[in-house]
Design a protein around this ligand. Structure first.
Ligand SMILES: Cc1cc2nc3c(=O)[nH]c(=O)nc-3n(C[C@H](O)[C@H](O)[C@H](O)COP(=O)(O)OP(=O)(O)OC[C@H]3O[C@@H](n4cnc5c(N)ncnc54)[C@H](O)[C@@H]3O)c2cc1C
Length: 387
């Protein structure tokens, strides 16, 4: 049996090379500008459909690339290596918006949304988090929807949502039955352009990932048709958990990309900066940071690939995705921190990319399951195995 194979396929390697070329030309040189201006580079996003980046796992009939999850991880790593803001917005678009529509959408919903979402002209959004509900969605979500005639009426607020200002559709997690606990949630497809009562607030002023818009949403008697329901009524919480399992592979891969970018910048700097008569790369203290980074990035990437491989082979991958995201996000932060250390005072300057990358890594241990929540998930699964 030939299953323990650590090589990418020829197709995956070619895809990686094409992505690297695209990201080197279209994203990396502009990453500092995206961070400073708080605006994504749409000129680059418009070209992304050619590489499948706006529909990584969307069927080809809807304009997607229908790729395996390893290729998705490769894409997210390359985007993360080039520009954290762009990578986060594309991760949310692909994993959190296109993914649920592909998985649970009716034919009519897929036809309505997917061709537009894969066009490179918009980005999709998923609204789970609220001002008072992040890690504990099950108990704390307040946003509700009630049926009235041929409509759902939505009331509530969402917070920290990626991409809404660019989204033709915002998938919104709502309570449709307050008495039913986790069986009382549903997902609704909300079209900002075609509803009244939805306010998309100004982008938050963030520490990093500044080009990726993060916004609060208010729903004041927002009316959507009954067929705006995504999947079955009452399944929204379980849809959310499954979506986040996949999303963790993306954020893990994005984190590996950020770590790789910081690592490369650190190594290049260490080879040219001289102290005490030699390049700082010749000092053992610097070499140890480089060795640790090389080792940890390798481990994180392998864990991301393993979770992706399990998903592609329709095997359980929830625990492995949580482990991969936990590991990769914490590695990214550590590697970026040490890359600044290697740069000395210059690392603290906005003139060098490591300062931005460090700020960008900081989100990775928070979004799509904080490190604490991931440890809870991993501990629960690990302890269950001993029952
Ligand atoms: C840039 C950015 C983009 C985002 N994009 C989106 C998006 O597109 N869609 C979306 O729905 N959300 C999005 N979020 C929200 C994000 O998913 C939440 O911030 C995250 O889930 C944490 O929720 P919280 O902020 O409410 O923190 P809380 O849940 O209040 O947690 C606060 C702290 O308490 C810890 N904690 C909580 N419960 C426990 C426990 N049981 N045991 C131990 N520790 C615990 C947490 O780990 C954390 O350290 C985004 C956030 C940011 C910053």
């Amino acid at each position: 049996m030939d299953t323990m194979d650590f090589e990418l396929t020829e197709e995956q390697r070619m895809y990686q090379r094409a992505l690297r070329d695209f990201c080197e030309a279209e994203l990396k040189p502009y990453a500092a500008e995206v961070d400073e201006s708080g605006e994504l580079r749409w000129e680059a996003i418009n070209k992304m459909p050619q590489l499948g980046l706006t529909g990584l796992q969307v069927p080809e009939e809807y304009g997607g690339a229908d790729l395996d999850t390893i290729s998705l991880a490769i894409a997210m790593e390359e985007l993360g290596r080039a520009c954290g803001s762009t990578a986060l917005s594309l991760a949310a678009h692909n994993g959190l918006c296109c993914g649920p529509i592909v998985r649970w959408g009716t034919d009519a919903q897929k036809e309505r949304y997917l061709p537009q979402l894969t066009s490179g002209k918009v980005l999709g959004s998923l609204a789970l988090t609220e001002p008072g509900a992040g890690s504990d969605l099950a108990n704390s979500v307040q946003t509700s929807a009630v049926k009235e005639g041929d409509s759902w009426i939505i009331d509530g607020a969402k917070a920290w949502i990626t991409n809404p200002k660019y989204a033709p559709v915002i998938i919104t997690l709502v309570r449709t039955d307050k008495q039913a606990g986790t069986k009382g949630f549903s997902m609704l497809l909300v079209e900002p352009e075609h509803v009244e009562g939805l306010e998309i607030h100004h982008p938050e002023k963030k520490m990093g990932l500044k080009g990726s818009p993060t916004q609060m949403l208010s729903y004041d008697e927002v009316r959507v048709p009954l067929d705006a329901l995504l999947g079955e009524e009452g399944q929204g919480f379980y849809q959310t958990m499954q979506t986040l399992d996949g999303g963790r592979i993306s954020i893990g891969a994005l984190s590996v990309g950020l770590a790789q970018a910081a690592f490369e910048a650190g190594v290049q700097y260490a080879k040219q900066r001289r102290t005490f008569g030699k390049p700082i790369a010749d000092h053992q203290a610097i070499q140890w940071m480089i060795a640790d980074a090389a080792t940890e990035i390798d481990a994180a990437r392998l864990m991301v690939y393993r979770a992706a491989w399990l998903r592609d082979h329709e095997k359980p991958f929830s625990k492995q995705a949580a482990m991969a995201k936990l590991m990769a996000s914490e590695v990214a932060e550590r590697v970026a921190r040490n890359a600044i250390q290697i740069h000395g005072g210059y690392g603290y300057s906005r003139e060098f990319p490591v300062e931005r990358i460090y700020r960008d890594t900081r989100l990775m241990t928070i979004g799509e399951g904080t490190s604490e929540i991931l440890r809870l998930v991993i501990a629960r699964r690990t302890l269950e195995a001993f029952d």
